[in-house]
Design a protein around this ligand. Structure first.
Ligand code: PHE
Length: 445
């Protein structure tokens, strides 16, 4: 069975794939945007705290369930004793992954359109370039479909020859691109002002409920938690690998790249301002999210002529690389469920799931006004933390303690006597659920 399920070939391969899943639009598009609209460094501070206090323990929960059951989020509860009553959590995760991939492919398609458009501009096809990024239905559909096909093609290759191979190629490329772009931005006027907004917190904002709610949603989304992605990747992890340190490295990689993305984008906004681009909205707040990536930066790139065209191509390639290593991890969820539990062939499972999700993406394009924001909010601010909470409750209160210890000990003999083991069980039972529930309550105030 495990031979047909697949396994990552090494610890590094696993880290590349898991970091690839974590690092995505959430880091490069979402995190800087959230930072800009939530008071700069105050948001960064709360985010970092929640990433380590809540997201890391929750990540460990997914890895423990995944590697122990060697199954996907739906199948896992059938295999671990006491899991029967939690099967609905598996389906909730599956639903959440489907919704997220639905909107994710639309945004990633848009990034692809911008990347292609910068090439078209470079070769003088300006009309086509403008059409690609017009945001109208036809180009949105075309680029969404191309992006989805890329995702499906990689997932059909399987765990080792698809997911691991592509993540290992693309993640180092992403790091090189991001560092090169930061180096360039810091040679420009205005960058230092941006750096200050990014790094000096306004402590009066740290306790704003809306900031805390956004930071939790962001931490879950960014680490791909509360859907079962990390759970299924954990199920492909080799038994001899150390879960505790591997999960810590994945968290650090994710937080590190989000931090670098902020270092790129917030200063870029101020460079844009120094070049005459408006970066504040009417209310005097920094404009955020898609407006940064689709309005501020393109205008900035334009100011640099041909060189700007190359910068633009680099930047959007960065976003596409980040997106595809995440989208494959989402598609892996229904695919693993079909392969593990329904005995479907991987190729067929990938195509059927991929096409079904394309239908959802199309609906989001056609009913953008009504559905887009709503689906994002439901999936990322409510469903993900909720599923994450239930997974913690399962491991903290239901799953057999000896099974958990035995799982953690594989690849980490002395774990019972480690600092991690002194506090993680307490976090999973009490601290994480209380924080999630409190933040939920805050979101309704
Ligand atoms: N973590 C990814 C990102 O930051 C998004 C994601 C969410 C991927 C949930 C898988 C599951 O873009």
């Amino acid at each position: 069975m495990s031979a047909s399920r697949g396994e990552f070939s090494s610890r590094l391969g696993f880290i590349m794939a898991a970091a690839g899943s974590a690092i995505g639009l959430g880091n490069i598009w979402g995190f800087p945007g959230q930072t800009a609209s939530n008071g700069g460094a105050a948001f960064v501070l709360v985010y970092l705290i929640l990433a380590f206090l809540v997201a890391y323990p929750a990540l460990m929960v997914e890895y423990v369930i995944g590697r122990n059951s060697k199954s996907n989020i739906v199948g896992a509860f059938g295999k671990i004793s006491g899991g029967k009553h939690f099967k609905f959590v598996g389906y909730a995760g599956l639903l959440c992954a489907t919704l997220i991939l639905g909107f994710y492919s639309v945004i990633a398609g848009q990034m692809l359109a911008y990347g292609v458009s910068s090439v078209l501009n470079l070769i003088g096809l300006n009309a086509a370039a403008n059409w690609a990024i017009s945001g109208t239905t036809l180009p949105s559909m075309i680029f969404m479909v191309i992006f989805s096909l890329m995702t499906i093609a990689i997932v059909t290759g399987g765990v080792k020859n698809g997911i691991e191979k592509w993540s290992s190629r693309l993640m180092p490329t992403l790091l090189i691109f991001i560092v090169a772009l930061i180096a360039f931005v810091f040679t420009q006027d205005g960058a230092m002002q941006g750096l200050k907004v990014y790094l000096v917190p306004d402590f009066s904002k740290v306790f704003e409920p809306s900031l805390i709610v956004s930071a939790l949603g962001q931490a879950f989304f960014s680490l791909s938690l509360g859907v079962g992605t990390m759970l299924v990747y954990g199920s492909y992890m080799r038994k001899q690998d150390n879960l505790v340190t591997t999960a810590a490295l994945v968290t650090l990689a994710d937080v590190g790249i989000a931090f670098l993305a902020g270092l790129l984008i917030i200063p870029s906004m101020f460079v844009a301002e120094a070049n005459g681009v408006v970066i504040y909205d009417q209310a005097g707040n920094l404009i955020s999210n898609d407006n940064i990536v689709t309005q501020v930066l393109p205008v900035l790139f334009e100011k640099f002529g041909t060189f700007g065209g190359i910068l633009s191509f680099l930047f959007f390639s960065l976003l596409i690389i980040a997106s595809v290593t995440s989208s494959i991890s989402m598609l892996e969820l229904p695919v693993a469920h079909a392969v593990d539990d329904l005995n479907v062939d991987r190729k067929k499972a990938s195509w059927v799931s991929g096409l079904a999700i394309m239908i959802i993406s199309s609906a989001l394009i056609f009913f953008k006004e009504e559905l887009f924001g709503l689906v994002i909010t439901i999936a990322t601010q409510y469903l993900e933390p909720l599923v994450g909470l239930l997974l913690c409750i399962f491991v903290g209160w239901v799953m057999n303690r000896n099974t958990i210890i035995a799982e953690l000990k594989q690849g980490n003999e002395g774990v019972e006597h480690s600092f991690f083991f002194m506090i993680w069980p307490l976090f999973v039972r009490f601290v994480v659920p209380v924080i999630i529930l409190t933040i939920f309550a805050l979101s309704f105030t």
